[in-house]
Each structure stands twice: as C-alpha cells, then as structure tokens.
Design a protein around this ligand. Structure first.
Ligand code: GRF
Length: 201
C-alpha cells in the first residue's frame, strides 16, 4: 500500500461500464493505490457522464468542435489533466485517437482496454461491434480483451494483460461482446492496480 494514492483520470465517450467497474474497484480496494480524480468525455449527454456523477466523481466534457485541430483539442485535454494533477490516464471506451500533445505529456502513463486479443483484431477502424463481427466471421475459437499501454500505434502499445473467452457455436457478435465485457470489468481494474504498484511516488 502506497502512502499517497495515484491520481487517475478516466476518458470516456459512451456507456461507461468500464468506468463503473473502475469506480467500484477503487471503492472495494481492488485498486488500493489509486483514486479517480477526473472523468473526461469528448461527448456531452453520454451515459458515462451520468454514471460518474451518480458516483460522485468529478466529470467534465470537452467537445472537439470547439478547437481548430486534434492537437489543439488534446492540448486542452492535457491542461485539464494537469489541473487535476493526473498521473495515469485510463481510456475506457474513448473514441478518439490521441495525438502528440497528450502522448508526450503522459508517455507510458496512458492505458487502454480493447475487446480482442491484440495484436489480433486491432488497429484503425477496429472498434465496438466491428471487432466482434470480424472475430465471428474469422471463425476463431477464442477471443478476449487486452489492456495495453497507449502509444502512437493504434492498439499497438505494449501489452500488460489479457483475458480469454471461448467462442461457442451459436455465439453472435452481441453475445460475444457481452461475454468479453464481463471479463473487461475484471481485467482492467486488477491490471491498473498492478501497474501502479510499480509507480515511484
Ligand atoms: C469496451 O468494449 C472497451 O473494450 C472498448 O470500448 C468499450 C467501452 O464500453 N474500448 P464501456 O463504455 O466501458 O461500457
């Protein structure tokens, strides 16, 4: 147990079920060495923001339309992350590709969860139900989820942990997504805790 908790930010764009799993993990002590200090959404009116508010976690939205470029948007994001003294950024269904300002400010301090066994079924355009559709179409027997460090390569950063799920006859993209999501909710918090155990703060 650390003397000071690591300040976490969670970046979201949608439903926020992984956000809830992370919030619950902080409460239950699965994430013993971290606290969620900020939730950032790039969209207003998403369920994730409501869920953050319900849990009493500070949540803001920053819309891309207010900025002249992706880089300018990400500079604003970094400004907010610094304002809240964020030390580790967790992407949880965040639907934007990060650009240099944030990647450089938080080098090796940004994690993501992806709903496949990377490097399979990852990369540009592989998100949401598209991933599970491609997996079912490929006829592979196993899929799962991956927690990785975020770098310039979309879904290509160093892998920290994976969980596998069997694909059974009759599985559809939707049933597979649901099974994997349950694993995500377990894998992401435990991996975050392991990762921050190694922090020197
Ligand atoms: C998850 O499947 C995650 O792997 C992917 O986006 C989805 C987010 O779901 N990156 P939720 O918003 O956490 O419910």
């Amino acid at each position: 147990m650390k003397s000071k908790k690591v300040n976490l930010a969670v970046l979201v764009s949608g439903s926020g079920s992984n956000l809830v799993a992370l919030i619950d993990a902080v409460k239950s002590g699965v994430i013993a060495d971290g606290q969620i200090s900020l939730v950032v959404s790039n969209k207003e009116d998403v369920y994730a923001l409501q869920r953050a508010e319900n849990a009493g976690v500070k949540a803001i939205s920053i819309k891309r339309s207010g900025f002249s470029s992706d880089e300018e948007f990400d500079k604003k994001l970094v400004e907010k992350l610094r304002e809240y003294k964020i030390e580790l950024v967790l992407l949880a269904g965040y639907m934007r590709i990060l650009t240099a300002p944030v990647l450089e400010a938080y080098r090796d301090r940004i994690l993501n969860i992806h709903p496949s066994l990377l490097p399979e079924f990852g990369g540009l355009g592989m998100y949401g139900m598209r991933v599970h559709e491609a997996v079912i179409k490929a006829g592979v027997p196993v899929s799962g989820c991956t927690v990785h460090i975020v770098n310039e390569h979309v879904d290509g950063g160093p892998i920290l942990a994976q969980a596998e799920v069997s694909i059974l006859p009759g599985d559809t993209p939707a049933s597979l997504a649901a099974k994997i999501l349950r694993e995500e909710h377990r894998l992401y918090p435990s991996t975050v805790q392991k990762f921050i155990t190694g922090f020197d703060i």
